[in-house]
Write a protein that binds this ligand. Structure first.
Ligand code: SF4
Ligand code: SF4
Length: 246
């Protein structure tokens, strides 16, 4: 049986929080959260916005500032900002300021709020849209102070993060489906197909965007290509996974 979100949160210094519930936090701008970090993960939209903010290609941004590695259990390719020096300082921190402040990664913008998505194994991928599927988590910060009170809704709105975040839902779904495909290929010991799917996922999901064009349309096209590759790669009897045809 899959663990519930409460099981996952148990033991972490975090709790589930509703959209209109309040939490107390005031960022004192000390900059400590940009050091000793090796966990700033970037999704494709983060990469697109950061590269655009720096006026360089996504490939150059990844080559200069990031590292790609396979997810521990899923083997799905993950991209993170590569910290620098003994202090493990984020490469986007210059003179104690984030140089991509207005395009900073979602995890930085949302802190101390995190989010996850409920995905039952029986559900078809595309039935998941809607804010009711997104769960929010408040991680008790050990920084800043409690001089301000915010609702989750207001916190996200001030950083321009939409509540019915179509990108976030579709990103979670394609990660789940590619991971499930890799799992099947792993069982079948189809190593070459796994390598191909991982390489395709890195290229199509993270890199293959024209920064002059709107993001979402390109993202939809790219996830469809990766999904098609999954379907073509899977053996006939396993083409239906996660309860739907991927
Ligand atoms: S991206 Fe910006 S806000 Fe996020 S850790 Fe790096 S410097 Fe800090
Ligand atoms: S108070 Fe917390 S969130 Fe704000 S800059 Fe300092 S460490 Fe980062």
């Amino acid at each position: 049986m899959k663990p519930s979100i409460n099981d996952i949160l148990e033991g972490l210094d975090a709790e589930r929080i509703g959209l209109d519930e309040s939490f107390s936090f005031h960022c004192t701008q000390c900059g400590k959260c940009c050091q000793n970090r090796s966990d700033i993960l970037l999704n494709p939209l983060d990469l697109y916005q950061a590269a655009k903010a720096m006026n360089i290609s996504i490939l150059k941004f990844v080559n200069d500032f990031c590292e790609a590695f396979p997810g521990e259990n899923s083997l799905f390719p993950i991209i993170r900002l590569l910290p620098r020096g003994e202090s493990k300082t984020c490469p986007m921190l210059k003179d104690n300021k984030c140089i991509i402040h207005h395009a900073k990664p979602t995890v930085c913008a949302m802190y101390p709020i995190g989010r996850g998505i409920l995905m039952g194994s029986h559900e078809h991928s595309w039935d998941l849209l809607g804010e009711d599927r997104i769960e929010y988590i408040f991680s008790k910060p050990n920084c800043g102070d409690t001089a301000e009170s915010h609702t989750v809704r207001e916190w996200l709105e001030q950083f321009g993060i939409p509540l019915d975040n179509e990108f976030f839902v579709k990103w979670c779904v394609i990660m789940r489906d590619v991971s499930a495909c890799i799992e099947v290929l792993f069982e079948k010991e189809q190593v070459e197909e796994i390598v191909h799917l991982v390489e395709l996922s890195i290229f199509k999901l993270y890199l293959d965007y024209d920064l002059e064009q709107e993001f979402m349309e390109q993202f939809e096209k790219n996830i469809n290509e990766v999904r098609f590759a999954c379907v073509c790669t899977l053996p006939e009897e396993r083409k239906s996974i996660n309860g739907g045809n991927i």
